[in-house]
Design a protein around this ligand. Structure first.
Ligand code: C2E
Ligand code: MG
Ligand code: MG
Ligand code: MG
Length: 280
C-alpha cells in the first residue's frame, strides 16, 4: 500500500515542483518592475515602550500588491529578491521611503521617531550598492540615531571582514543595530561580546507560547536578563494578547511589537496614529 501511495505521491510532487518553479520565475520577473509600477509600499508597525504604553519606534515592513495575485507576503518575495540580486535596489528604495517618512513625522508632528529597517545578509555582501545610505541620511538632515538596522544571526556567523567593516561604518554614523529573530539561528552566543548591538528582538516563536512557567517563558526571561546585563534593550516580537504583554512587562522586557498593539500599517495611518497617541 505504501509503495502505491509513494508512486502516486511522486507523480504529484513532480507536477507541483514544476509548477512551483514556474511560479517562482513568474514572480521574480514581476518583481523587476514592481518598483517602477508603484506596486511596492512600506508599512510601519509601531514598537511600544511596555512601561508606558507609548509608541517609541516602528519597524519598516515591505508590502507588494501584485496586480493579479493581490498581496504577496515578504516571506515569499524577499527570498526571490535576494536570489536575483534585486534586493539591493529594493532595499535602497525601502531605506529612502523610510527616511522620507521619518522626515514627515518630524515636520508634521515635531516627533523624532526611530525606525528600524531589515537588512538581509545579501545586502551586506554586495559591494556595488547604488545608494550610499549615510550620504542620503546627511542630505536629508537626519542623524544615524533615527535609524536601526535589523540584522540576523546568520550575518555574523562567518566573521566576514567586509561585513564587519560595513557594520562599523554604520555604528560610527550612530545608526543602531538590532538582532532580529534572536534565538532562532544556529550561531553561537559569542558574537554578543564581539559586536556592539543595541537591541535584541525576541522571536515571535517564543512570545507565542508564553505562559507562567512555560519553557518559552523561561527562555524569554533568560534572554531578557542576559540582554540587560550586556546593556542591550529587548524588543519582544509577535505580542498578540494582553497576557503576553503583561508577562513580558513583568519580566523586564523594554519594548513590544505585535498585533495586540497594531498590525503593520500604511505610512499615513502610522502618522495619524502617532498624532493621536502623542498628544498625552
Ligand atoms: P521580521 O523582520 O521578523 O518581521 C516581523 C514579522 O512578524 C512581520 O512579517 C510582521 O508583519 C509579523 N508580525 C508582527 N506582529 C505580529 C504578530 O503579533 N503576530 C504574527 N503572527 N506576526 C506578526 P512580514 O511583514 O510578513 O515580514 C516577514 C519578514 O520579511 C520579516 O521578518 C523580514 O525578515 C522580511 N522583510 C520584510 N520587509 C523587509 C525589507 O524591507 N527588507 C528585507 N531585507 N527584509 C524584509
Ligand atoms: Mg525585522
Ligand atoms: Mg523578526
Ligand atoms: Mg523574521
Amino acid at each position: 500500500l505504501a509503495k502505491d501511495l509513494g508512486r502516486n505521491q511522486f507523480c504529484y510532487f513532480t507536477a507541483s515542483m514544476q509548477e512551483q518553479a514556474q511560479n517562482k520565475l513568474e514572480l521574480m520577473n514581476d518583481l523587476r518592475t514592481a518598483i517602477s509600477l508603484n506596486q511596492l509600499a512600506v508599512f510601519y508597525q509601531p514598537i511600544i515602550e511596555l512601561q508606558t504604553g507609548i509608541i517609541r519606534k516602528a519597524e519598516a515592513l515591505l508590502r507588494w500588491k501584485h496586480p493579479v495575485r493581490g498581496m504577496v507576503s515578504p516571506a515569499e518575495f524577499i527570498p526571490l529578491a535576494e536570489e536575483s540580486g534585486l534586493i539591493i535596489e529594493i532595499g535602497d528604495w525601502v531605506f529612502k521611503q523610510t527616511v522620507q517618512h521619518i522626515k514627515e513625522c518630524k515636520k508634521q508632528l515635531g516627533l523624532d521617531i526611530q525606525i528600524s529597517i531589515n537588512k538581509s545578509p545579501v545586502q551586506f555582501r554586495e559591494t556595488v550598492s547604488q545608494l550610499d545610505w549615510l550620504t542620503y541620511l546627511t542630505e536629508n538632515q537626519l542623524s544615524g540615531k533615527n535609524i536601526v538596522i535589523e540584522i540576523t544571526e546568520g550575518l555574523l556567523m562567518n566573521n566576514n571582514t567586509s561585513t564587519m567593516e560595513k557594520l562599523s561604518r554604520l555604528r560610527a554614523a550612530d545608526i543602531k543595530l538590532s538582532m532580529d529573530d534572536f534565538g532562532t539561528g544556529y550561531s553561537s552566543l559569542s558574537y554578543l561580546k564581539k559586536f556592539e548591538l543595541d537591541y535584541l528582538k525576541i522571536d515571535q516563536s517564543f512570545t507565542k507560547n508564553l505562559a507562567q512557567g512555560s519553557e518559552d517563558m523561561i527562555l524569554s526571561e533568560a534572554i531578557i536578563t542576559m540582554a540587560q546585563k550586556l546593556g542591550l534593550k529587548v524588543i519582544a516580537e509577535g505580542i498578540e494578547t494582553e497576557e503576553q504583554r503583561k508577562l513580558l512587562l513583568d519580566s523586564g522586557c523594554d519594548y513590544g511589537q505585535g498585533y495586540y498593539f497594531s498590525r503593520p500599517i500604511p505610512a499615513d495611518d502610522f502618522l495619524q496614529l502617532l498624532a493621536r497617541t502623542s498628544e498625552i
